[in-house]
Write a protein that binds this ligand. Structure first.
Ligand code: BV8
Ligand code: ZN
Length: 252
């Protein structure tokens, strides 16, 4: 996507004006916002891991079939998170929350915990969190960021197998969190969709929901996605640059 400078300027101005006029803002982020922190995206590497389609290792069926393989996938991603830090895109969304306070809601599909580390409070992690584990049988759960876990971690209370506390494909999203996300989107008049390929549902459906409720939609991505057709403005470029750029203009 190559636009002339004044085309980019014009898009940035339009996005900034929509945000400036907004009473309530909701944001949906995906793996792209963490790419500049060094966290690999899902469909960047062709959506494969050790030759397995992600949808195969990130499902309850895959876990039942081969828990050691699935734990190897998640332990590798847990280890990788030790080196990563929020990037200017995350920090721009913290600044936006500080500006809007209770008129701001951040909905993320990401499980890397970087929005919480960056400082967002009004955060809905609709796909769970990599740092947290829970028991496959009892109520035990524990957030253990940075800890390396055994190949097949067991529950300290009942001895059964632990699992990562993330939402796998074909699993329901946490209902209370999902309901809050839907509510925030129906109430917003400006919806930012950042760094997501907009193919995973029900998360991707939030863009349509925002449009249906009359919100302006601003997309931040490197390339066109199914959300682009619903966006009033698409800002093509790394969100670590475009989000701070919009925040900068908002302040002037
Ligand atoms: C559900 C947690 C109801 C795990 C994830 C059959 C039966 C049941 C359901 C289905 C089915 N067939 C399909 C479905 C629905 C399914 C689905 O949508 N599948 C897709 C693949 C078609 N959804 C589900 O299963 C959901 N549950 O429907 O339950 C139900 C229940 C029972 C029975 C019936 C129905 C559960 C979905 C949640 C899955 N868990 N993650 C883990 O992380 O390991 S989803 C996973 O994908 C991540 O959360 C990730 O966030 C999400 C979406 O990916 P993206 O974040 O968008 O990342 P991606 O790499 O795709 O894109 C990155 C984007 O960033 C790109 O656009 C790129 O251009 C851009 N980018 C890159 N760098 C930058 C950038 N942009 C800006 N700046 C940059 N620097
Ligand atoms: Zn247990």
């Amino acid at each position: 996507m190559h636009h002339s400078i004044d085309e980019i300027e014009d898009r940035l101005d339009r996005a900034t004006n929509l945000l400036r006029q907004a009473k309530n803002v909701a944001v949906l982020t995906g793996a792209g916002i963490s790419a500049e922190s060094g966290v690999p995206t899902f469909r960047g590497g062709g959506g494969l891991w050790e030759g397995h389609p992600i949808e195969e290792v990130a499902t309850p069926e895959g876990f039942a079939r081969n828990p050691a393989l699935v734990w190897r996938f998640y332990n590798m991603r847990r280890e990788a998170l030790r080196q990563v830090l929020p990037n200017p895109g995350h920090l721009a969304l913290v600044a936006l929350e500080q500006r809007l306070r209770d008129r701001f809601t951040l909905i993320t599909q990401n499980v890397d915990g970087l929005h919480a580390i960056a400082g967002n409070q009004r955060l809905l992690e609709i796909h769970g969190r990599l740092s947290r584990v829970r028991c496959t049988s009892c109520e035990f759960s524990r957030d253990c960021p940075g800890e390396s876990l055994p190949a097949l971690p067991k529950c300290p209370d009942c001895g059964d197998l632990l699992r990562p506390d993330v939402v796998w494909f074909h699993e329901m999203l946490p209902q209370d969190i999902w309901r809050k996300a839907e509510l925030a989107v129906t109430r917003c008049d400006c919806f930012l969709v950042v760094g997501t390929s907009a193919v995973v549902y029900p998360a991707a459906g939030l863009v349509q929901t925002a449009r249906q409720h009359g919100a302006s939609v601003i997309e931040f991505n490197l390339e066109q996605t199914p959300a682009s057709a619903l966006a009033h403005v698409s800002l093509f470029g790394p969100s670590g640059k475009t989000l701070p750029e919009v925040m900068q203009r908002l302040r002037t």
